[in-house]
Design a binder for this molecule. Structure first.
Ligand SMILES: Nc1ncnc2c1ncn2[C@@H]1O[C@H](COP(=O)(O)OP(=O)(O)OP(=O)(O)O)[C@@H](O)[C@H]1O
Ligand SMILES: [Mg+2]
Length: 236
């Protein structure tokens, strides 16, 4: 279907931190990507190569220094702060590198966060959060605080939170980094199901096995993006 608008499309995207100062870092240069609805994309590359920077721009958590980003056909630079917040809420689920869970809240409360107090009544919030935690295998840990959970369990809470609004785009920064291989496989299977449901999934990973699950592998190097030809890994 060539008429379809890419769900994520950047042109000449660039990011410079602290421009014009001694601390200036060119973190991203001239990145062009086009990601179609339902793609499952892995982003790889060494530490400091700009992966999280790119992800933060795609997730509308930061603004570029150069270039344009269209999310679902909308040039995000035309949106004000409130419109951006709505776009993020409705279209994007974000799993952060390092989870970003609120320490004083239970797992259930953390997962319910993105629903918004005003928008969704309390009963419904709890029911949806309960469902999302069950989907990542954490029904038994609803009332635990992050400090009372293992690293992998915290990661799964972060994923449940990212999925609570059923966003069409799921962005995950090292989603399997802190997980043992079995839990990592479960998380990947979860992403696979999301993709089958028509979600677009973009994950950052250092793990070639995780990348092998993706339909496309993009590699960052010194702020520049390259697309690898598809590797076919033999299954025996
Ligand atoms: N807020 C910031 N201010 C200044 N420099 C930054 C900031 N965030 C990142 N950088 C720098 O930009 C470059 C890219 O950082 P980024 O976090 O995107 O790397 P990464 O590929 O995600 O690395 P990792 O695999 O270690 O998470 C690095 O050199 C980093 O030091
Ligand atoms: Mg990073």
């Amino acid at each position: 279907m060539s008429g379809q608008v890419p769900v994520i499309e950047t042109q000449g995207l660039g990011k410079v931190y602290s421009p014009g100062t001694e601390a200036e870092v060119v973190a991203l240069r001239d990145v062009d990507i086009s990601i179609a609805r339902g793609d499952f994309v892995a982003i790889m590359g060494p530490s400091g190569s700009g992966k999280s920077t790119l992800m933060n721009l795609i997730g509308c958590l930061d603004t570029p220094s150069a270039g344009t980003y269209r999310c679902d056909g909308i040039d995000v630079s035309t949106l004000d702060a409130e419109e951006l917040a709505v776009l993020r809420r409705d279209k994007i689920g974000f799993v952060f590198q390092g989870f970003n869970l609120l320490p004083r809240m239970s797992a259930l409360e953390n997962v319910a966060m993105p629903l918004g107090y005003a928008r969704v009544p309390p009963d419904e919030r709890s029911a949806l959060a309960h469902e999302a935690l069950a989907a990542v295998g954490l029904s038994e840990r609803e009332s635990h605080r992050p400090s009372e959970l293992s690293g992998g369990q915290q990661q799964r809470v972060a994923i449940a939170r990212a999925l609570i609004n059923r966003p069409p785009i799921l962005l995950a920064d090292e989603p399997t980094g802190a997980l043992d291989s079995r839990t990592g496989e479960e998380i990947l299977a979860l992403f696979g199901r999301l993709r089958e449901d028509g979600h677009t999934v973009v994950i950052i990973t250092h793990d070639p096995e995780v990348a092998a699950h993706a339909g496309r592998v993009l590699t960052m190097l010194d702020g520049e993006l390259r697309e690898e030809p598809r590797l076919v890994i033999g299954d025996s």
